[in-house]
Design a binder for this molecule. Structure first.
Ligand SMILES: *Cc1c(COP(=O)(O)O)cnc(C)c1O
Length: 418
């Protein structure tokens, strides 16, 4: 260990301590169940958020009091409306959506299928037979779109995006036109963390006469979102990432009120029927956002989502976003100082206004490096072909944790102690 390096790491340690001491959200970290065997650094809160201690209590209470106590009566009392009730909460706290526009149901993949089909079916016969998306959109989005294009005889118009950046307004302007039925993108790119210009892109697609669907999986709970103000048509997103809803937690879908009764999703289940318990002949769609629901809602899975979103409401998305920018900026400063000299590249936007909640670094050997980090209880994730993604969940990640993770990476890529 050289003297200069020792000083440099000490300086970073002092900086991390200073940032943690000044962090107004630091108390929220204590609300998480940090586990019986704490890890050195959890840097994957963008893939699977940590559980809250309140979630364990809420699940226990649900089983004892609601499921165990209410039994079948729970459906008539309350559970039936949970998709809209929790949807309203998610919409208000995380999405900038008025009540009655959001439901919680299914998975993101399934809701994406339902909403894309609703959008393109509404355009049938208008000459709008294209779906616009980008080549670095999340895999499930690309696969669902390819399936729907094949199923409905539509054309997919691909925007080629740089995997270290993301889709731009200029690219979208050039791609949309009189044949656009729907344009759909990720708000924050899963690979680079690029934050798309959602209001600008939404306007550009509308000027071309198309509808817009945003995938908010990597932005809900980390970035400020204003779906109603931006005039977004449709949106979907996960609750198990920054909303801390737990593995396999149900997703959310947003449908702007101007489309209710006009855009119909194709999985006509009884739970999206205007009157499910009439058990009548023939499907009559619910006139509101409830039509997006198909089968029995995943009630147990919604319990942790509610605790997660209630915590977010107390913290406030603006404060969460401010810390998120600080966390990613700190990670990039550390990377520039400690990792870039060892041949590591930054594969995320430098401009904080164009960056979401994670930072991706890359080097040829990062697949093996990621395995070594996991062996040391430092948990980022690896994204093929050569990226290590540092997911920095503002409510549960400390600056000290970011430093510990980067120092472990520094030791591995340089072979030097730190
Ligand atoms: C995580 C993620 C998904 C996951 O979809 P599931 O149906 O929950 O597996 C979809 N889209 C994006 C952009 C994601 O980041």
């Amino acid at each position: 260990m050289t003297v200069t390096q020792d000083t440099r790491v000490d300086r970073w340690r002092r900086e991390a301590l200073r940032l943690d001491a000044a962090d107004p959200l630091a108390p929220f970290r204590d609300e998480f169940l940090l586990g019986a065997a704490p890890v050195t650094a959890y840097l994957d809160g963008n893939s699977l958020g940590r559980p809250l201690r309140a979630t364990a209590t809420a699940l226990d209470a649900f089983v004892h009091e609601q499921w165990g106590g209410r039994l079948i009566r729970g459906w008539t009392d309350a559970w039936m409306r949970w998709p809209e009730d929790l949807g309203d909460l998610v919409g208000r706290v995380a999405l900038g959506a008025a009540a009655g526009r959001t439901v919680v149901a299914d998975s993101t993949t399934v809701l994406l299928y339902k909403l894309v089909r609703a959008a393109v079916d509404a355009a049938a016969g208008t000459g709008r037979d294209e779906i616009v998306t980008d080549t670095d959109n999340f895999p499930t989005d690309r696969y669902v779109l390819e399936g729907i294009a094949a199923e409905r005889g539509l054309t997919l118009r691909w925007i080629e995006t740089d995997p270290a950046a993301g889709v731009t307004l200029e690219q979208v302007r050039a791609a949309v036109g009189p044949r656009t039925a729907l344009a759909t993108f990720s708000h924050v790119a899963y690979r680079s963390g690029h934050l798309a210009d959602a209001p600008g892109i939404t306007r550009a697609v509308h000027e071309a006469g198309g509808l817009v669907l945003w995938d908010l999986c990597h932005s809900a709970g980390s970035v400020e979102i204003a779906l109603d103000d931006w005039g977004v048509d449709l949106a979907v997103g996960c609750t198990y990432k920054y909303l801390n809803g737990g593995p396999g937690a149900p997703a959310f879908a947003y449908l702007n009120a101007r489309h209710h009764g006009r855009l119909l999703q194709p999985v006509h289940g009884w739970m999206g029927h205007a009157d499910p318990f009439a058990m009548g002949r023939g499907y009559v769609p619910d006139p509101g956002v409830r039509q997006l629901v198909s089968g029995t809602p995943p009630v147990v899975g919604m319990v942790p989502v509610r605790t997660g979103v209630e915590q977010l409401e107390r913290a406030g998305v603006a404060a969460v976003r401010a810390k998120s920018v600080q966390l990613t900026s700190f990670a990039l400063e550390l990377a520039d100082d400690l990792l870039v000299p060892a041949g590591v590249e930054v594969a995320s936007p430098r401009d904080p206004a164009r960056r979401g909640g994670h930072v991706t670094l890359r080097r040829d050997d990062f697949r093996a490096v990621n395995d070594r980090l996991w062996d040391e209880d430092v948990l980022p994730d690896f994204r093929a072909p050569d990226g290590i993604r540092l997911g920095l969940a503002p409510l549960s990640t400390s600056f000290g944790e970011v430093l510990d993770g980067v120092l472990a990476l520094h030791r591995i890529v340089t072979g030097e102690p730190s």
